[in-house]
Design a protein around this ligand. Structure first.
Ligand code: AMP
Length: 391
């Protein structure tokens, strides 16, 4: 049987999945290796149904780098997937720059193009490329495909793609790229399958996870994203600031004397829910806390989402559906309720009963003009589909 391997390489992690190849790839197993390059390197593998198949520390050799991690992953995959036969590999790549509006086959030329995009995503693109090089070394001759977080948003109209900077910067690529594209792509497809009418409609999707963004789409095409040039803009996230007045950056540099690296550390790793609460980036922990700082962080998170609903609705000319997805969007009854409270003016009326019922897709009241929905995302499936298509 032919298989598709999906890989998502982070700076110290490697997510991997195996799908049965076919018109619609079917997931068999999914794994995660964390803390690559540290003595704490660890691997977990789960079946499609969620059963834990492997949960173990890696040796210092296996966990030393992405190449070793991939070898360790392949060894367990061979043990758990009978007749493993990888015919194509799909990679998650954070940045496709101005060029890539679709997944692309990885050749020497496309890899060189992706390397040129490192300055646009200096924290993530190099890790993605490391994963690509490790996979090419392990599977020479197998088709490898890159899927980009930015690609789904490349059809934005100019006004949603630009900043108010001198034009030369736009031409150089200082644009609002938007991210989480695979998640939005999945939701657009799932929505069109559920309801062709909504698939053609004006839809706001809130991808609320440790990283969080929102997308306004019309007819399944992204018109506007809350994330911009980097994955920092828009909503506050687990540890990232979200929208920040650029004047604050000047203040950090000129008054606080912070270096670029110090500012990067502050706005990527020490801010958002974690920085505001002083407790955690994990929404479950904040929801369980009675510390007022935890409530303040949650209130800010929800109020930014409400604000972005207004802004995105203006960009797409109204709203027919609001879709929650991502770890928080799919699981937190409280956050969905807080976000929808007071939004009747735009046509959003939640059903508290449906919202509290696990597994419900439509959670709005029967007479709500806007359908509020919960749709679990599946970014890996989007990668596997692209790898199958281009193989
Ligand atoms: P993700 O990055 O999509 O995996 O989402 C991770 C986020 O989802 C973390 O902040 C988790 O705390 C949050 N999350 C997962 N399950 C729940 C839940 N039942 N209630 C609230 N937040 C949750």
């Amino acid at each position: 049987m032919a298989h598709i391997l999906t890989l998502n390489a982070g700076s110290s992690s490697l997510k991997f999945g195996v799908f049965e190849a076919g018109d619609e790839p079917a997931e068999l197993v999914a794994g995660l290796i964390e803390n690559i390059g540290s003595p704490d390197a660890h691997m977990r593998l789960k079946s499609e149904a969620g059963a834990v198949l492997e949960d173990r520390d890696l040796s210092s050799v296996e966990g030393a780098d992405h190449g070793g991690a991939l070898k360790a992953a392949l060894a367990v995959l061979k043990a758990h997937v009978s007749g493993l036969d990888v015919v194509s590999i799909g990679h998650r790549v954070v940045h496709g720059g101005m060029e890539f509006s679709e997944p692309a086959k990885l050749t020497a030329d496309t890899i060189a193009q992706l390397e040129e995009l490192v300055p646009l995503a200096p924290l993530h693109q190099p890790a993605n490329l490391t994963g690509i090089h490790a996979a090419i070394a392990a599977f020479p001759g197998v088709t490898q495909v890159a899927c980009f977080d930015t690609a789904f948003h490349r059809k934005h109209p100019f006004v949603q793609d630009t900043f108010g900077l001198p034009k030369e910067y736009y031409d150089k690529g200082v644009r609002r790229y938007g991210f989480h594209g695979m998640s939005y792509d999945y939701i657009a497809g799932a929505l069109a399958d559920m309801s062709p009418e909504l698939g053609m409609g004006r839809v706001i999707v809130a991808h609320l996870g440790n990283g969080a963004s929102m997308c306004g789409m019309k007819g399944g095409v992204s018109v506007s994203s809350t994330m911009g040039f980097s994955a920092l803009d828009g909503l506050p996230m687990g540890t990232r600031t979200g929208q920040l007045d650029p004047g604050v950056m000047l203040y950090f540099m000129q008054q606080e004397g912070l270096s670029a690296d110090e500012i990067s550390d502050l706005i990527y790793k020490k801010s958002g829910l974690k920085g505001m609460s002083g407790i955690s980036n994990d929404m479950r922990t904040l929801e369980a806390s009675d510390d007022p700082a935890a409530s303040e962080a949650i209130d800010y998170f929800c109020s930014r989402i409400q604000r972005e609903i207004g802004g995105l609705a203006a960009a797409i000319g109204g709203v027919d559906a609001l879709v929650f997805t991502g770890g928080i969007g799919e699981n937190s009854v409280t956050i969905r309720e807080k976000v929808c409270t007071g939004m009747e003016w735009i046509g959003i009326t939640l059903s508290n009963d449906l919202n509290a019922t696990r597994g419900e897709t439509v959670i709005s009241a029967a007479d709500s003009p806007v359908q509020v929905m919960v749709i679990p995302t599946n970014e890996e499936l989007v990668i596997a589909r692209a790898a199958a298509k281009l193989a």
